[in-house]
Design a protein around this ligand. Sequence first.
Ligand SMILES: NC(=O)c1ccc[n+]([C@@H]2O[C@H](COP(=O)([O-])OP(=O)(O)OC[C@H]3O[C@@H](n4cnc5c(N)ncnc54)[C@H](O)[C@@H]3O)[C@@H](O)[C@H]2O)c1
Length: 294
Amino acid sequence: MGSLDGRVAIVTGAGRGIGRSVSRLLAAEGAAVLVNDLGSAVDGSGCDAGPAAEVVAEITSAGGKAAANGADVSDHAAAQALIESAVEQFGRLDVLVNVAGILRDRMIFNMSEQEWDDVIRVHLKGSFNTSKFAAIHWRGLADPSGAYRIINFTSVSGLHGSPGQPNYAAAKMGIVGLTYSCANALSKYGVTVNAISPGAVTRMTDTVPAERRRAGFPDDDERSPDNIAPIVAYLASDRSGWINGRIVHAAGYEVSLYSNPEAVVRIVGTGPWQFDDLAAEVERSFGAMLGRAG
Ligand SMILES: NC(=O)c1ccc[n+]([C@@H]2O[C@H](COP(=O)([O-])OP(=O)(O)OC[C@H]3O[C@@H](n4cnc5c(N)ncnc54)[C@H](O)[C@@H]3O)[C@@H](O)[C@H]2O)c1
């Protein structure tokens, strides 16, 4: 018995890296997996049906159930067809894992409009597109006791603010907002929505200097994308219904829960603030919290 027996999952960006590892584990745990991948280069250019087909071959030769899909998730109509295709081929849909992504790194002062738009389009619009049509499907089932799951992918680049990735950081924090909004909107339809912040050596991290990429992970096996898959499988299972609207970081053998944003210091005036009064109070109260000198 696998922990995902009888469940059907779509994994986007599943032809390589983390998506491939996730697809293989979900299938090994008994899920039927629609392996979606456009087969683009890291910068989003080109397309190739090969990577998705190879992952399907790996899964089926190991006795699992999978089919390939080459949709570009940033295309609204193609994302709709992707969701419908899972239901047509496997009879149902339980899990959507939004992994697909690209990089166009540049400092803010050098970034072109195209580099900004493309990264926002693939990550943020792509996650919106698939989530929207999965949500329409699940709302139509009217099954509040269901165990339906959306698992998005965010990044420490956004959570901590990587200086050379303003487009990617913004897209990944947009995905956090999308996760919170969908978690609140969809729980009454039996859907939970969470996000993973992964750390793994893939082609996407090739541009990070080797010593930083491997920091704290002397063993290459530990940095494998295979180590992201177990927490995704857990969140994809019917056991995880109690966790909703949360960010989970996974890297190597560590899995950590991030806090959700909340006010940490509050100052409340008795009427409209005057500049000098507000400046003094902000510097005193927020300053103490942030370790401001003087
Ligand atoms: N590797 C890391 O350490 C790391 C860190 C933080 C976040 N992430 C995120 O994890 C996810 C997976 O990254 P990875 O490292 O496995 O990268 P990867 O480049 O190995 O895999 C991404 C896959 O997405 C596919 N893809 C790109 N655009 C697509 C589109 N429009 N439609 C469908 N498929 C598309 C690519 O063809 C590729 O196979 C991404 O969302 C990435 O931002 C990765």
